[in-house]
Ligand binder design. Structure first.
Ligand code: MG
Length: 386
């Protein structure tokens, strides 16, 4: 397989390349990152891709200068959104793993599908904001579209062999984050350092904060809605501390299928890359009686974690509200990480942005990006972030 990894310096990207190192059938044709040129320089030397996008133009020319001076690499360096799309649609590539963070992944996802590439999707936002455009497009172009998010990969795995059988409910599991069991009042003084300690998954900073507020689960409800064509009210969020049950599907006869395993993103990554074939890999961790006997499920506390409640509301409403939910959260989380707003301001800000927005149903890309801009401006004005 000729694989391009968009977001190769992030957590999922790095784990994908660790897998690529173990498997002879994966040839890396393209890499892309925002601006971490030290790491991507090493990746270029090891994996010898033909094209590499550094989104940040200055960093891209710095990398070009470095590579020009005797490393022997023949890679074409591109930059910006145009470069990211060139990388995503590179002719020799057959599969694109998209693990960039944020709405930046929307256009490359769409263009890669149009170019006939199979997609391994780890980037939530294209599905959350433009799922109504992307899912029909993937069908139209006949490309495979495999989720890499652990919960959605679990659902996808449960649905194998179930063609024609109606989904009754999706049980979307959640770890509950580091503040599970706390009340809203107790979350007031939470600092970025507190929120960056996730109990079971090892992830990037933005998604770790999202897991602590349960906004990540709200985004995942929306993701599941578009990926599997299931209504918001048929998606049950179940807290399962320890993240052993990755999600479950309940069918019309009451039967429930679940996918379980150690919390390790390499399983969904490898499953997506190997076209649903299971492979052994270095560092695999098997579950035992200890982990399995500790499984228990709880209902989420939607009053304390209103980020999830708002996500379910956005999912029910659809249209531009899913984009507002996401973009307001992105702005709030970066302001929180920069120490500019408090922890509870994140979900208060999202709620206010959603209330201020007039929803447009079935938005095209221009309307999606306009809603994004509106939400970002709303948060910046609300918290004086300029
Ligand atoms: Mg997930």
């Amino acid at each position: 397989m000729n694989l391009t990894v968009l977001g190769s310096t992030g957590s999922i990207g790095r784990q994908t390349l660790e897998l690529a190192r173990c498997f002879d059938d994966i040839n890396i044709t393209g890499l892309a990152a925002f601006g971490s040129i030290d790491l991507i320089e090493e990746q270029i030397k090891e994996f010898d891709p033909e094209i590499c996008c550094i989104y940040d133009e200055k960093k891209a020319s710095e990398l070009k200068n470095r590579l020009g001076s005797g490393t022997g690499a023949k890679v074409k360096i591109v930059s910006g959104m145009e470069g990211l799309i060139e990388c995503a649609t590179y002719e020799k590539t057959d599969t694109v793993l998209i693990s960039v963070v944020g709405m930046i992944g929307i256009k490359p996802t769409i263009e890669a599908i149009k170019a006939g590439k199979n997609i391994a999707q780890a980037n939530k936002e294209p599905i959350v904001c433009a799922g109504h455009i992307i899912m029909p497009l993937a069908k139209k172009y006949g490309v495979s579209f495999t989720p890499v998010d652990s919960e959605h990969s679990a659902i996808y795995q449960c649905l194998r062999g179930e063609a024609g059988n109606k989904i009754d409910k999706i049980w979307l599991t959640a770890s509950g984050g580091p503040f599970r069991g706390k009340k809203r009042e107790e979350l007031k003084g939470i600092t970025p350092a507190d929120a960056l300690k996730h109990p079971s998954w090892n992830m990037g900073a933005k998604i770790t904060i999202d897991s602590s507020t349960l906004v990540n689960k709200g985004l995942e409800v929306i993701e599941a809605h578009y990926l599997f064509d299931v209504q918001a009210d048929d998606i049950i969020v179940a807290v399962q501390p320890g993240s052993i049950v990755h999600s479950m599907v309940q069918f019309e006869d009451g039967a429930i299928k679940a996918q379980l395993g150690s919390p390790d993103m390499k399983v969904p990554i490898a499953y997506a890359l190997h076209k649903e074939h299971r492979v052994n890999y270095d560092g695999k961790k098997n579950l035992g009686f200890k982990e399995l006997s500790e499984i228990r499920f709880m209902e989420p506390d939607l009053e304390t974690f209103k980020g999830l409640k708002l996500g379910i509301e956005a999912c029910r409403t659809e249209g531009t509200l899913t984009t507002v939910y996401n973009a307001a959260n992105e702005e709030c989380v970066s302001a929180f990480l920069a120490g500019k707003i408090g922890y509870l301001d994140i979900t208060d800000g999202i709620e206010a942005a959603m209330r201020a927005h007039t929803v447009i149903p079935e938005p095209d890309l221009d309307r999606i990006f306009a809603a994004e801009k509106e939400a970002r401006t709303f948060i910046k004005d609300r918290y004086n972030l300029n």
